[in-house]
Design a protein around this ligand. Structure first.
Ligand SMILES: NC(=O)c1ccc[n+]([C@@H]2O[C@H](COP(=O)([O-])OP(=O)(O)OC[C@H]3O[C@@H](n4cnc5c(N)ncnc54)[C@H](OP(=O)(O)O)[C@@H]3O)[C@@H](O)[C@H]2O)c1
Length: 286
């Protein structure tokens, strides 16, 4: 398959390239295609004529989205509309990545693909708008919701990822406070990329939840990072009310990989095992 990866410098975009090595992959960074330049994006993709367009781009500085809603909707919804139109015109397949933040967090058990979204922030609303456009208008798509991504490329848009931020703070001797009332499933982008590569040849289109298994609070995740890295850190738990981020986050956004499990395709390991693998994979570069 001829595959165009948009957002190729990002955490997921980076790890998708080796995962899809058996295909003819063209990695495209923002320099090559800025998805908010709709006509240029369309022209370049039509010229390239891929069988599959894999969109990992997003404006996902969650707090900044509250003050920049135009940009959030431009990247997370309108650019997606442009991409799905090109996809349809090429009779290609679109893979688009969405987020656990489409849910409000009122649930007490993992959200399946059948659960009804109720987004709480501008970011979450803009991502859900992108989802609706794909589901309403795209002929052949995989819509993948995931959670708490970290990868070796570090998140460019967010400037590092949670794991690296924690390690850097500890090494600087800072006292670290992390919220202990938001339950998530941290997900290693190598695992997500591998899972996407397993699913895409099967033509079982539609909505998928894809995260590592298990769940934890961000505080528990930080504890595991320091434990596995053997770093002494001045870490204490806090609450969302005390932390007071501008955007509201769901208190519980654990996703069930229900569709993958129904199809016998779930290859996601437990988040703790994935974290250990990440720390080992990046070890030579430390
Ligand atoms: N990170 C998470 O915790 C998380 C959780 C759930 C869902 N997701 C979703 O997962 C996807 C991938 O996330 P990620 O962590 O891999 O993000 P990332 O590391 O920030 O990568 C996103 C990439 O998109 C590029 N990009 C942003 N705006 C662009 C534009 N206008 N035109 C072209 N490229 C643009 C960025 O380029 P630059 O390098 O130039 O900025 C970056 O390389 C996103 O859709 C995100 O919403 C992420």
């Amino acid at each position: 398959m001829k595959i165009a990866i948009l957002g190729a410098n990002g955490q997921l975009g980076h790890d998708l390239q080796p995962a899809l090595h058996s295909h003819d992959v063209t990695p495209l960074t923002r320099n090559e295609i800025d998805v908010t330049n709709f006509s240029r994006t369309r022209d370049l993709l039509l010229e390239m004529c891929p069988d599959l367009i894999l969109n990992t781009t997003a404006y996902h500085r969650v707090d900044d989205c509250e003050t920049h809603p135009e940009l959030a909707y431009q990247v997370n919804a309108l650019a997606v509309l442009n991409l799905l139109r090109v996809t349809n015109d090429l009779d290609a397949v679109l893979i688009h990545i969405s987020t656990d933040y489409v849910f409000d967090g009122a649930a007490k058990q993992p959200y399946t693909e059948d659960a009804v979204p109720f987004p709480l922030s501008v970011y979450a609303n803009s991502k859900l708008s992108g989802e609706f456009l794909v589901r309403a208008l795209c002929k052949k798509y995989f819509l993948v919701r995931t959670c708490g991504l970290y990868g070796r490329a570090g998140s460019q848009g967010k400037g590092g990822n949670f794991v690296e931020t924690m390690i850097a703070k500890a090494k600087r001797g800072e006292s670290i406070r992390v919220v202990n009332d938001q339950v998530v499933t941290p997900t290693y982008t190598v695992d997500l990329a591998h899972q996407i590569a397993q699913v895409l040849p099967l033509e079982q289109y539609g909505l998928y939840h894809m995260t590592n298994e298990g769940s934890c609070t961000w505080y528990e995740f930080a504890c595991a990072i320091f434990q596995l890295s053997e770093i002494d850190a001045a870490l204490t738990p806090t609450t969302s009310d005390v932390y007071k981020a501008p955007a509201i986050r769901p208190r519980y956004s654990v996703l069930e990989n229900a569709r993958l499990k129904q199809l016998g395709l779930n290859e996601m390991r437990h988040w703790r095992e994935a974290l250990a693998a990440y720390l080992k994979d990046k070890a030579p570069h430390r």
